[in-house]
Design a protein around this ligand. Structure first.
Ligand code: G3P
Ligand code: MG
Length: 248
């Protein structure tokens, strides 16, 4: 049900490094993390890159958008300076380069498909297809070595299923709605990913009894992390790699 690690570094390296960069993955690894969550979006020319925000202005300086920029332009941009001068020049990584880094260092991945509004189906299909090619050498039965694709977008998840049916998926939902079970069944997901604030011990029990993996975001308090694990949550991502060790 959850053949994956228990604690994941959120957006690569949590608070230690600029999110969704190779530097972040490197920081997580240096802290002993061999499991990571990152966000993937499509460029104008439909190339998957690591990125959270659709628009520039926070992690990338200036104005503009990911969907309005080519992968070549994005990978030439500075995604590190906003975080700290020591990360100046850290590029926006291509998804395939992030996967290569993770595979080389034995880091398991939760790939969050983060579509620009209006590009949900395209993003789900392209990211899943790309992932399937990058993991073509891993047997489907070797579940723990395959990445887990997740998304808040039901449309993206359906497209991911169509493009790469053998890759495991998780449905990301901010709140657990009463129809959670039928939604999981329809999407054919292995796991439910939710905001930890939406969980209760009873809900955790229901989800686990129904046979789904249960992952939550983003848990930054060690006491809360202990409580969630006691309730039966399988795994969570954290920004506080300094407070919550990988072997928590
Ligand atoms: O995948 C869980 C979490 O990353 C979802 O929220 O906004 O940090 O991508 P966000
Ligand atoms: Mg995310």
């Amino acid at each position: 049900m959850w053949p994956y690690p228990k604690v994941l570094a959120h957006r690569g390296g949590g608070i230690l490094a600029p999110e969704n960069t190779i530097a972040a993955l490197r920081c997580g690894l240096a802290q002993g993390f061999h499991a990571v969550e990152f966000d993937v979006m499509l460029s104008k020319d439909e190339v998957p890159v690591l990125m959270h925000d659709c628009e520039f202005g926070r992690t990338l300086a200036g104005t503009g958008s990911v969907a309005g920029s080519t992968a070549e332009a994005l990978t030439a941009m500075d995604a590190g300076s906003w975080f700290g001068a020591e990360f100046a020049g850290e590029p926006v990584p291509l998804f395939e380069d992030a996967v290569a880094f993770c595979r080389h260092h034995d880091i398991w991945m939760n790939v969050e498909i983060k579509p620009v509004p209006g590009m949900e189906a395209l993003t789900g299909g392209v990211v899943a297809g790309c992932c399937a090619s990058l993991f073509a050498d891993v047997a489907v039965s070797d579940a723990g070595r395959l990445p887990l694709l997740s998304s808040f977008s039901v449309t993206a998840l359906k497209a991911a299923k169509a493009a790469a049916p053998a890759l495991p998926r998780g449905w990301l939902t901010e709140r657990i709605t009463p129809d959670w079970k039928s939604q999981c069944q329809e999407l054919g997901v292995r796991a439910l990913h939710t905001n930890h604030a939406s969980l209760t011990p009873d809900l955790v029990r229901q989800i686990k009894d129904a046979g789904y993996g249960l992952f939550c975001y983003t848990v930054n308090d060690p006491q809360r992390a202990s409580e969630l694990l006691r309730w039966g949550v399988d795994a969570f991502c954290t920004d506080r790699l300094d407070l919550i060790p990988a072997d928590f």
